[in-house]
Structure formats: structure tokens, C-alpha cells
Ligand binder design. Structure first.
Ligand code: BDR
Ligand code: CA
Length: 318
């Protein structure tokens, strides 16, 4: 039986890479893709997701409209990094129209898809967690019907990429991240910012990856050239853990969900999100001393098998 996946995204260049990786994995069935505000406004996220599906000839995968705003926080985007349109400002004049988006809204669709497949669905979240917070508010039993949840977000050493101590997805909707870490008691794997930096790949791999003679590789070359330039600038170098090269943050979460043997080292610890701090709002907090008395512990990803990861990336553009 194929592994059933739902992806919650804010497509973004690395979200596009994550979606393409999942679409290419033979043992995976994507039940649907739910979209959230984040890297770019929701309308762009929907459009970008459809563009990715089009280049993969997979417009049969249903795409759902999620939240356009965070629960409480002020809306923020990452247009200076991912491009104003979220996909490197390399437009496709024949992009599919938004009429291809489903009528059903994301949080409702999440609950329905999981109710139809109880205990079988792995949810991969690579966006601010607003849609997931909405789903658990609508149906408190939603998380316990999931097989597992994989999140790209948060940090382990208070290194920020958006604020001093905050990673983008957890800063863009800190209240939603708090709700999800508190109420999703299914097995929860977290690919943090520092982990993704430390698991980065050499640029020489990227050259080989993009040199594949396929439409998918040409599409990736176009949408990723702006972020590749940006990441080399002084401003972005400061975000990165030293030694970081190509960091496709979102793909680690999906790769670990696709192949359970990918994760080679992890740590179980209860986590929460700081909501009050002047400089630390949105920072993930790890409760090593168990002072918060939380029963549920998250699995913090530490290392992955990079050879397997590279193979999954190569297959994504084949
Ligand atoms: C996360 O923020 C977004 O910009 C990326 O798509 C990724 O999900 C990294 O902090
Ligand atoms: Ca993302």
C-alpha cells in the first residue's frame, strides 16, 4: 500500500522542491495539498502550487485554499528571498488559473481526508502552521487520527532567520505554532532551521542536479536562481550556520516522511513556542528539564542520511 501524504505549504522555492520530491516518490500517494499564507500572499501560494503540479503533469492532485492571515500576528512574507511572487519572479504566462483550486477550504479538507483514512495519513507542514491550528480547533480529535506529523520550523539554538531568535514559519504565525506543538499529540518530527543548515549540500551537487535534461530541472533552474544569488549576499550569510551551502529547508521534512530510514539521529524532548519575549517571540523552546510537565515529546531531527536525501532530490527532477 502506498504511503498517504498531505502537504501543507506556502510555495516558496523550497516548498516547490519538497512538493516535487513527494510527487516523484514511487511509494507515495499525495491526497491533497493545502495552502497557507507565508513566503508570499495566499493567492500566489495557490498559483505557485498549481505551477509546480503543472510542470510535474500532476494537476490531478487537489489543491485547497487555506488561511490568508495568521491567527493573531501581523502578516509577513519573505518576498525579498523567494521573489515577490514566491517563485523567484520567473513567471509562467501559461500558469493554470485559480479555478483549478477546490471549493472546499483547507482546514475542512484536512479533517475530511484524515477521517476517510484514519491512522494512515502523514501530514507534512512546511508553512506557517495556521491551517493546522484551524483544523485542531474545528476538530480536537484530528491530531490523534494522523499517523505522523512532520514540520519544517523552529530552532534549537535560538538562531533566527527572520527575527533575532525566530525561524520564519514559527514567527509568521507564532500562536499557531504554539497551538500545534501543544495539541498535536501524534508522533511529531521537527526539522529545525539549524538542522537544515547543518544538513546542507554542496553547490556542486546543485549544478549536477539542475543539469538534468528535463522540463522539471529547467523549471527549477528558473525559479531558484534568485534565491541562489540572495543566499550568497552578506545579509543572508548572517542567517546561516557557518559552512551552510545549498539549504532546501522544506525538503528534509518531506524526505523524512517519505523514507523512514532517512533519519539517523534525533532527540525526544517537549517543546513549546515563546509568545511574549521582546526579542524571542516565535522562538522554539526545548524543555530539557521537563519543567513544563508536558506528556508529549517531539522528535527533533538531528542528522539524516545525506546520500539517500540526494537521491530523492535527483529523482524529483527526473
Ligand atoms: C522556512 O521559511 C520559508 O521561507 C521556507 O519556505 C521554509 O519553510 C524556513 O525558515
Ligand atoms: Ca515553506
Amino acid at each position: 500500500m502506498k504511503k498517504k501524504l498531505i502537504m501543507d505549504v506556502d510555495t516558496g522555492v523550497d516548498d516547490a522542491q519538497a512538493i516535487m520530491m513527494a510527487l516523484a516518490a514511487p511509494g507515495v500517494e499525495i491526497l491533497g495539498i493545502t495552502c497557507c499564507h507565508g513566503n508570499t500572499p495566499l493567492e500566489n501560494v495557490l498559483k505557485n502550487t498549481l505551477r509546480v503540479l503543472k510542470v510535474c503533469n500532476r494537476l490531478d492532485v487537489p489543491v485547497y485554499r487555506g488561511c490568508a492571515e495568521p491567527l493573531v500576528a501581523h502578516k509577513r512574507h519573505a518576498g525579498d528571498f523567494h521573489g515577490k511572487d514566491g517563485l523567484g519572479d520567473a513567471p509562467d504566462p501559461d500558469a493554470p488559473g485559480l479555478d483549478a483550486v477546490q471549493e472546499e477550504k483547507a482546514a475542512v479538507a484536512l479533517i475530511r481526508m484524515v477521517n476517510e483514512n484514519p491512522g494512515e495519513v502523514t501530514l507534512v507542514a512546511t508553512a506557517p502552521l495556521t491551517n493546522l491550528a484551524m483544523a485542531v480547533n474545528l476538530d480536537p480529535s484530528f491530531p490523534e487520527k494522523l499517523k505522523a506529523l512532520y514540520i519544517m520550523g523552529g530552532n534549537t539554538e535560538s538562531r533566527g532567520n527572520t527575527t533575532v531568535c525566530g525561524e520564519f514559519n514559527f514567527v509568521a504565525d507564532s500562536e499557531a505554532a504554539y497551538v500545534v506543538l501543544d495539541r498535536y499529540t501524534c508522533p511529531t518530527y521537527i526539522a529545525t532551521w539549524e538542522f537544515s543548515c547543518r544538513s546542507s549540500l554542496p553547490w556542486s551537487f546543485v549544478d549536477t542536479w539542475l543539469a538534468q535534461d528535463t522540463d522539471k530541472a529547467r523549471f527549477m533552474e528558473r525559479i531558484s536562481s534568485l534565491t541562489r544569488k540572495m543566499v550568497q549576499t552578506e545579509r543572508y550569510q548572517k542567517e546561516l550556520v557557518s559552512g551552510t551551502e545549498f539549504n532546501s529547508c522544506d525538503t528534509y521534512a518531506v524526505a523524512a516522511a517519505i523514507d523512514e530510514t532517512l533519519l539517523t539521529e534525533s532527540e525526544r524532548v517537549a517543546v513549546t513556542v515563546e509568545l511574549q519575549g521582546t526579542n524571542t517571540r516565535g522562538m522554539m523552546v526545548l524543555d530539557h528539564m521537563e519543567l513544563l510537565k508536558k506528556k508529549h515529546k517531539a522528535i527533533i531531527m538531528k542528522t539524516v542520511d545525506l546520500e539517500k536525501f540526494k537521491q530523492l532530490l535527483m529523482n524529483a527532477l527526473k
